[in-house]
Design a protein around this ligand. Structure first.
Ligand code: M6R
Length: 614
């Protein structure tokens, strides 16, 4: 969602900020803006609807000087996406400019109060209310800006990551966060800020992750001062970033999504590295080892997640229940957080989130923690909010995922869940040593098997062109392949805008079968596992109604192949590992259908990479 970048230093801020905005484009946005304190001490704000390139064109002949500035990509919540609602927003006197991620929930009563005090507003945003409030407090209490920001933040309800610059203090930036991330980068003799590390990593690997309800004054000469909202000062911890700039480039691929699909063999090796010990036939996940008693004795596991991460959770349920014999419930975080769930103190709540910032998942675990559950996070972005809020966890270690459609993060979540299921099963002795060891051996072969599937790319590309006409798709699977059907459908709809639904194959008879005709492509994941015969019958039912069947089959299969209109073969593996293979052709199919339709694959309309508002 919205993105923040800022700079205070001795270099020209404009180039750094624009480059930073480009780095943040992947998060999803609909307008962009920049504020600079120019060399002649003017506070200038430029903003435009649409892409960052529009902002660059708009500012081409304007004054872009200045050594301090803030910039923003906005994903509209309050007020339509237009030039006026875009950030930064000025205060009434135009001395202050503010950018903001998050939502100020009580902006309406605050706005009414400010209007009663004579303030006027130009935009429909909650953000403008905040900067007007800050200036009003500064004026009415005759206090410095830092104090005014503290006071204002004490009276707002909601979530924010903010950055403010002040025309009257051109070497200072004030930033704060609650519920939305904010990172401060420490350069040689300058400072950077970002809503994530992508706009910062090029300049420094030293960062401070601002904590909840912290506010920082960044001054070029005095350095950093960080307090909480009660003005208690803290000493920040400086962390080292573990990403590099090449991970943020397309490396010759047309889209980040394709690059990330192709990265999967390597990214899985990174997820498994040091955790899957082939020589000693061990699985070592420190997050489990450190809390082994909790996992051994867990009454139940609840997994909270959204979107693709929710699909991974569903596969996690199947494998943990099958191998470790602990009941697992899978919850949409957004439902869980609002329905007063029953949580026992011997429950383990696992949060799965690529970004580690998804607002609903974060709120779900905060709720579970308040009810005494032990929290375990499976996240990709190091230092993000969810891992910081959990008791323990495992990073997926696949580097930045830039394409909005999750691909390598999904398969990494699956491998992490496989490792979790295997370690708990081993600890609880719910599977034999021989079976455990055979699964350890098999898991190690998965990256090579993915490499083999990726060779289907050209074939899938040619085949995909046929489907640009399609208005609907159905995806079917059983058992471990049912969540894959959901994921295949989500992948297609989010990047191609073709309507697609996934179902457990047997559910077809209870409604969706009415949709089947010659026009409707039905993707059936029909690999040779537990329910093979049943899924063969389901395909026969589709064929009997003249449906067009695209099947994903196990290498060497002839039965399903013979009754399908088109098939893609994937290598055989243990039943529980099938999803990590069967999803790959579906990722490629979605990608190629979307590119054949000329869609903006990496930044599909209306979508955000990191959903930081509920
Ligand atoms: O960062 P998270 O894993 O928490 O994100 C959850 C969903 O927003 C995300 O998986 C979304 O569904 C993706 N666009 C799917 O490709």
């Amino acid at each position: 969602m919205c993105g923040i970048v800022g700079y205070v230093g001795k270099r020209d801020a404009y180039e750094i900020l624009i480059k930073g905005l480009h780095r943040l484009e992947y998060r999803g946005y609909d307008s962009a803006g920049i504020a600079l304190i120019s060399d002649n001490n003017d506070l200038v704000v430029y903003k435009t609807k649409g892409k960052v390139i529009n902002l660059e064109n708009h500012t081409a002949d304007l004054n872009r000087s200045g050594k301090i500035g803030i910039a923003h990509t906005r994903w509209a919540t309050h007020g339509e996406p237009n030039d006026i609602n875009a950030h930064p927003h000025f205060s009434g006197s135009k001395s202050l400019a503010l950018i903001h991620n998050g939502i100020i929930e009580n902006y309406k009563p605050l706005k009414e109060e400010l209007i009663a005090q004579g303030k006027t507003f130009v935009s429909d945003t909650d953000t403008e209310v905040l900067i007007q409030l800050i200036e009003y407090i500064q004026e009415s209490h005759n206090c410095d800006l830092f104090t005014a920001v503290q006071m204002a933040l004490n009276s707002v309800v909601g979530a924010y990551a903010i950055a403010i610059i002040n025309k009257n203090d051109p070497e200072t930036m004030i930033v704060a966060r609650k519920g939305s991330p904010l990172i401060i980068g420490i350069g040689e003799d300058d400072f950077f800020i970002g809503s994530d590390a992508t706009p910062i990593v090029e300049y420094t690997d030293k960062v401070i992750y601002l904590e909840e309800e912290q506010i920082a004054k960044i001054n070029l000469k005095e350095g950093l001062k960080i307090t909480d909202l009660k003005n208690i000062e803290t000493t920040p911890i400086i962390n080292k970033l573990n990403i590099n700039i090449s991970q943020l480039e397309k490396a010759g691929y047309e889209h980040f999504m394709l690059k990330e699909i192709f990265e999967q063999p390597e990214s899985l090796i990174n997820t498994l590295k040091g955790r899957l010990k082939i020589d000693t036939k061990e699985v070592k996940l420190s997050g489990i080892i450190d809390n082994v008693e909790k996992f051994r004795k867990a009454r139940r596991i609840i997994i909270c997640a959204c979107g693709t991460s929710w699909h991974a959770a569903l596969i996690g349920k199947y494998i943990i229940e099958e191998l470790a014999r602990i009941p697992v419930e899978v919850e949409y975080s957004s439902e869980f957080r609002y329905r007063n769930p029953i949580i026992y103190d011997d429950d383990i709540v696992i949060a799965i989130s690529q970004s580690g910032e998804t607002a609903d998942t974060l709120a779900a675990i905060v709720l579970a923690k308040s009810k005494g559950a032990f929290l375990f996070g499976i996240c990709n972005v190091v230092g993000s909010s969810i891992p910081r809020a959990t008791h323990s966890g495992a990073y997926t270690h696949v580097g930045p995922e830039i394409g909005v459609a999750s691909t390598k993060a999904f398969t990494a979540q699956l491998s992490t869940l496989f490792l979790i299921a295997l370690s708990i099963a081993h600890e609880r002795k719910t599977i034999s040593n021989e079976y455990f060891e055979s699964l350890v051996d098999e898991l190690q072969t998965i990256p090579d098997k993915i490499r083999e599937i990726l060779k289907l790319n050209e074939q899938i590309k040619n085949f995909a062109k046929t489907f640009t006409y399609a208005k609907n798709f159905i995806y079917l699977g059983r058992g471990y392949n049912y969540p894959v059907a959901l994921e295949g459908a989500l992948k297609l709809k989010e990047i191609s805008y073709i309507h697609a639904e996934g179902y457990p194959a047997a559910e077809m008879k209870h409604g969706p079968i009415a949709l089947i005709d010659e026009e409707l492509p039905v993707v059936v994941i029909a690999t040779k596992n537990g329910n093979y015969d049943k899924i063969v019958s389901n395909i026969e039912e589709i064929k009997a109604r003249k449906g067009y069947v695209i099947s994903i089959v196990t290498k060497g299969d002839t039965q399903v192949k013979n009754i399908s209109n088109f098939s893609f073969e994937i290598p055989d593996t243990a039943d529980c590992f099938v999803p990590i293979l069967s999803v790959i052709p579906l990722q490629l199919l979605s990608y190629h259908i979307a590119t054949a339709k000329n869609r903006d694959v990496d930044q599909p309309r209306n979508l955000a990479k990191s959903v930081t508002v509920e």
